[in-house]
Design a protein around this ligand. Structure first.
Ligand SMILES: NC(=O)c1ccc[n+]([C@@H]2O[C@H](COP(=O)([O-])OP(=O)(O)OC[C@H]3O[C@@H](n4cnc5c(N)ncnc54)[C@H](O)[C@@H]3O)[C@@H](O)[C@H]2O)c1
Length: 368
């Protein structure tokens, strides 16, 4: 592709984080932006100097110049928009999760195959500096053989102020931040899952989704592997500092996520030696124009924008995600979080919730 990839970003809450990255990446441009509220749309357009502004997602599908659409809208919109985007022949990136049902995930895989376009689930957890550090330990052989992995995503959304659709959301329906690092580090997919629900959230939250559990905790059996992993999720009425974590245990070394934010991760080695490590940034893997965005809180003078507005918690992952999506398009290859992987990562959580609702029965993950 001689020209820069023309990307439209849809949904400009969290989505606004990605606009300056597409603008600065040497192989892309932010061609258009879209969100329903015109006033907010114009505000973001003005902030970043994007002149093509749309309030209707469907209008983007008609524009031939647009090569790719990055969807950052509320969860229930992810699958319908991804399918429409692929069917319109657009390369498609979507924030997590891929969808909210097994059927949606499978339909996106089919739409991607038919469209023969790049699909990428923009999973921040597989591009954090901690993930890249642990992956390096595994790939270099420093960790030895992986024996076990554990992931968690604990958040307390019981406070007012979140969009209404969140309250009562089944924790495992948004499990990809806890599941994906385990699978991306081991290079495996989930075969089957058993999950138990624990505790109970307040009645007013239970009503919307009929999901009563405060915590859902799952065991994933990996396909073609001797590994099993453990995943814990909580969303309401359970107290814990925010955490999206993973631990990897190996025969030579083990990596454990920090206990409190800012403590630093721990690497275990020798017999029972332990060392707190300062995990580095991985900007050197990126074009120089976007490499500074791996560091927290970069102030962009031209656009009067600080990149940590929503990105600080995501471990410097945003520029890596943009780079991978754009390069997959330019190199005409699958992305690292392609449809088949994204479907497995997402359906592991959907099936885990199904298992919990059925008292812990073992559920096989469909192969799309
Ligand atoms: N670490 C991560 O990967 C991460 C972090 C934050 C949010 N997210 C995901 O990003 C998504 C958006 O989160 P948010 O906090 O910005 O939500 P939000 O509700 O604040 O913003 C949603 C945006 O989508 C727009 N939108 C909604 N429906 C639309 C439609 N039909 N057409 C065009 N635009 C539409 C809204 O105008 C708004 O700009 C969520 O699905 C969330 O799960 C992921």
């Amino acid at each position: 592709m001689a020209e820069r990839v023309k990307v439209a970003v849809v949904g400009l809450g969290f989505g606004a984080e990605f606009v300056p990255l597409y603008q600065r990446h040497p192989d892309s441009e932010c061609y258009a932006i879209c969100q329903r509220n015109e006033e907010s749309l114009n505000k973001t357009g003005g902030q970043f100097g994007v002149t093509r502004r749309y309030t209707r997602f469907e209008d983007l599908l008609e524009i031939d110049e647009i090569d790719a659409i990055h969807i950052v809208t509320p969860i229930t919109e992810h699958a319908p928009m991804s399918i429409l985007s692929l069917k319109a022949g657009k390369h498609t990136a979507c924030t997590v999760p891929m969808g909210v049902t097994k059927k949606e995930c499978i339909e996106i895989c089919e739409a991607r195959r038919e469209a023969d376009r790049v699909y990428m689930m923009m999973e921040t957890a597989v591009y954090t500096r901690e993930f890249l550090y642990a992956k390096e330990l595994v790939d270099s052989g420093a960790l030895g053989k992986i024996q076990f992995l554990r992931g968690s995503h604990q958040q307390n959304m019981s406070l007012p102020g979140w969009p209404d659709y969140w309250y009562g959301f089944p924790p495992m329906h948004y499990a990809t931040h806890a599941v994906s690092p385990l699978l991306a580090i081991s290079g495996k997919l989930v075969d089957s899952v058993v999950c138990f629900g624990s505790g109970k959230i307040r009645d007013e939250y239970v009503k919307r989704y009929g999901s009563p559990f405060a915590v859902e905790t799952a065991l994933l059996k990996l396909r073609d592997s001797d590994l099993a992993c453990e995943v814990t999720r909580s969303l309401f009425d359970t107290i814990r500092q925010y955490r999206e974590s993973f631990d990897v245990y190996g025969t030579k070394r083990s990596f454990e996520w920090e206990q409190l934010a800012g403590d630093g991760a721990v690497v275990y080695s020798g017999f029972e030696d332990s060392e707190r490590v300062e995990v580095p940034d991985f900007g050197h893997l990126l074009p120089k124009e976007i490499a500074p965005y791996t560091i927290r809180g970069v102030y962009d003078e031209e656009h009067e924008h600080t990149s940590f507005v929503q990105g600080a918690g995501h471990g410097g992952s945003h520029p890596h995600l943009v780079h991978e999506f754009v390069r997959a398009i330019v190199e005409n290859r699958e992305s690292t979080a392609d449809a088949a992987k994204a479907a497995n990562w997402t359906m592991a959580g959907i099936c885990a919730h199904e298992s919990a609702m059925n008292g812990g029965t073992r559920i096989k993950i469909p192969v799309p």
